[in-house]
Structure formats: structure tokens, C-alpha cells
Ligand binder design. Sequence first.
Ligand SMILES: [Zn+2]
Length: 301
Amino acid sequence: MAVRISLTQCPSCGSSSVFPALSAKDHTVTHEIFEIWHCDDCTNRFTQGMPDADSIGTYYQSASYVSHSDTQKGFINRLYHLVRNYTLGSKKKLVQKFSGKKSGSLLDVGAGTGSFANTMQEAGWEVTGLEPDNTARANAEQKYGLKLIPPGLLFELEEAQFDVITLWHVLEHVHDLHGYLARFQHLLKPGGRLLIAVPNYTSYDARYYKNCWAAYDVPRHLYHFSPKGMELLARKKSFVLENIQPMWFDSFYVSMLSEQYKNGSGNLIGALWTGMLSNLKAFLNKKKGSSVIYIFFKKPV
Ligand SMILES: [Zn+2]
């Protein structure tokens, strides 16, 4: 039986000005309905009644949960993998640009099957990967020879050893939000960079699809960040926002899934149109990306 966490305060900023904003369905595993609550102070949202850390596992038990598998069946999955290869290169360039280093030391939190960790290792980076899923860790070792470690070891790693810490669509899954962010502060070298990619519910595609927006992905996504809320949260942990980058392909991918959830079938044209409009808005204002990458630096003390 899942243990649910009922919150009366915002898990990001602690404010009591929280209220239900919409109800969303778990489309991939249980088809349960969850309420998404909004914080009036920091504007971040959260999944009300989120399963606790010991219960959440059952909500990941699905073959279609693409982030955790390397399956290439189906059009969306094939496209996903094609795009992923392109975005891996973009992520590498972003890390190199903002760290100012061609190679260095990197911690990838939520490494999955290790594709990004592998890309960085091949570029000469010394990579530590953290991944909770046993199967994903085994796959990463078999496929790339990567040694990934379970998340519990985050708190045993030596401090001030990383130039860069990356979380690609991971922070929204982490129960110990504040503990993790505080830990990153200690693990980074002075001047180190923290890159956090998360979905953005203030994007055009999120507004358009409302409770069918695929990136709400309840209850696996415990939090739903706005650019304002993310900056406030990170600032509390002494991180300074340096830059924001939209993720151009996420708008299409999320719109395609959202069309399925909304209509019960795929609508490629509709998804492409919505994805394009979302990107147009993000082109004019980077804070409007369907998903965004926040680049923070560690505030000098
Ligand atoms: Zn808040």
C-alpha cells in the first residue's frame, strides 16, 4: 500500500499559501488521479499526496517509461533516441562552455543507462554517475563500462571535487529536494557549475494541454517548477542563476505524448504545431521553453 505525503506547505519555499490548481492522471502506469497544487509565493507546484520514497517504486514499473529503458520500439521511442544523440552533443557543449573547461570532473545525478555520462567520459571527463535503478546501473556498466553508484552514496562523496554537477530531468523526481541541493553546494569546487534541466509548466505547450500535459507526469514528478520558483529555490542554497537554455526538442516530444493523453490517439500535425508555437515563444523568451536548463554557479563565500 502506497504511503502518501499530504503537504500543507510548499515543499520548495515553505509557504502556506498553497492551493489545488488542477488534477492530472498517471497516464503511464496506474491511471490514478493526483492533484497538482500551486504555491502563491514562489509559484512552484507540487504533486499533492505524492507517494513517499519507499512507495514510489511501483509507479515506475512500466515498459513505456522511456527514460529508464533503451527500447527502440515505436515511432516516438525511435524519434526520442534519434534526438537524444543530438542533444547529448548539445549538453556536452553546454557543460564545456559554462564550466570553461574542455575536460574536468563531473557528477551526473540520475544517470539512467549512462548515455550522457558516457558522452562526457569519451570527451575526457572524469565522470561519477548516480542512479537508483539497479537494472539501469547494470546496463550502463555492460554497455559503456561505466561504474554508476546508488544515490545513497551522494552523501559519502568527497567534498569540493566536481567542476560540474548535472541533473537532466531528475530534480523533479527527488524526494529530498533541499538535502540534495545543499549537498551539491558542498560537492562543487569553488566556481563550479550546477546544470538542472526540468519541465516548465509556464511554457506554451503546458498551458495549451492543461492537465493532459505529459510533463506533469504524476506522481513520478513530485514538483513542477517555474523559472521564478527554481531561481528562488536555488538562491536559498547559495546558487546564482547564470543562464537559461530552452530544450527545443522537448516541446515536440511532450506535445506528441500530450496529444495521445488528450485524444487517446496520436495527432502528429497537432503536436508539431503546438511544439513549434511553444518554441517560437521560447525563442522570444528563454523562460518559456517547454523544458529548460538552468545554469547556476556556486556563490563565492
Ligand atoms: Zn513556494
